[in-house]
Design a protein around this ligand. Structure first.
Ligand SMILES: NC(=O)C1=CN([C@@H]2O[C@H](COP(=O)(O)OP(=O)(O)OC[C@H]3O[C@@H](n4cnc5c(N)ncnc54)[C@H](O)[C@@H]3O)[C@@H](O)[C@H]2O)C=CC1
Ligand SMILES: O=C(O)C1=N[C@H](C(=O)O)C[C@H](O)C1
Length: 255
């Protein structure tokens, strides 16, 4: 008989955490062993849970500390929470390397978006980016979101910028003078715009333009259930991927 993967969920009372707990409970090969949220002692809760994999859908201000606590506890981690940058990802890589040197090989998967449509949109945009003079990213979300722009939009812009740099493409033209404020955030030279609107869940549009033509790549997550197949895939795969993996596209082999 194959054993189940024991899963602890951090942020279990949140919009995503609630869905993740239900998805884990509905999967025959997974076992939900802890639901932890704000106010709980995360280190103690994880130690008591005996989890194999920790899933974090909390808030940007606490997610890094949670990941280090899980690594200290000898658990693999799947992270959906946003707010990561090169420095915080670097500290996780270093922590994983220290644990590996102690003989404890752990995997951490940080994915800004677990939705298949979003991962494909990012991948297609990065592939298209070298062929267009201009590219901008627009993300649209529910107004209860605490960060802007979204982690997905930042990840998309970084991938686009890397593809354009590799191809030697010039920066998108932009004659806007300094002091005009509606040009979005500059993420590695790609402009990212954020819309917050009641009724929305999570949406992204990548606009690519040449003289006389435009390509629009649009994805819509209408329901948080759409993230669950990706989260469960991450839970099943992370133990076999020691070190830090950033982006579900690597697990899906789309990169
Ligand atoms: N990667 C992906 O596919 C997706 C990522 N997200 C991201 O996931 C995160 C959570 O999103 P939502 O569920 O919508 O937010 P939410 O606000 O509904 O849930 C966050 C939960 O974390 C809890 N929390 C706060 N501090 C905590 C702590 N120290 N320890 C444990 N729990 C704590 C809160 O009490 C709350 O229940 C955000 O960063 C969001 O951008 C959201 C949707 C999809
Ligand atoms: O807060 C959300 O809702 C979402 N957050 C993630 C992000 O910031 O990219 C993923 C998705 O867009 C939903």
């Amino acid at each position: 008989m194959t054993s189940t993967i024991k899963v602890a969920v951090l942020g279990a009372a949140g919009r995503m955490g609630t869905n993740v707990c239900a998805a884990v409970e509905g999967a025959a090969d997974l076992e939900l062993v802890a639901r932890l949220d704000a106010g709980d002692d995360i280190a103690a809760g994880l130690a008591a849970s005996g989890a194999d994999v920790v899933v974090d859908f909390t808030v940007p201000s606490v997610t890094e500390a949670n990941v280090h606590a899980a690594i200290d506890a000898g658990m693999h981690v799947v992270v959906g929470t946003t707010g990561w940058d090169d420095d915080s990802r670097g500290r996780v890589t270093d922590h994983l390397a220290r644990r590996a040197a102690e003989g404890v090989a752990l995997g951490v998967l940080i994915a800004p978006n677990f939705g298949l449509s979003a991962v494909l949109a990012m991948t297609f945009a990065a592939k298209a980016a070298r062929y267009f003079e201009s590219v901008e990213v627009v993300e649209l979300h529910h107004p209860d979101k605490v960060d802007a722009p979204s982690g997905t939009a930042r990840h998309t812009a970084r991938a686009i910028a890397a593809a354009r740099a590799e191809a030697g493409v010039a920066p998108s033209p932009d004659a806007t003078e300094d002091g005009w404020e509606a040009r979005g955030m500059d993420v590695d030279g790609v402009r990212v715009h954020a819309v917050r609107l009641r009724g929305l869940v999570a949406h992204e549009e990548i606009l690519l333009g040449n003289v006389g033509e435009q390509l629009s790549i649009r994805q819509d997550s209408f329901d948080r259930m759409s993230f669950m197949p990706g989260v469960l895939l991450g839970v099943r795969e992370v133990g076999g991927r020691p070190g830090l993996t950033v982006g579900l596209e690597h697990v899906l082999d789309l990169s």
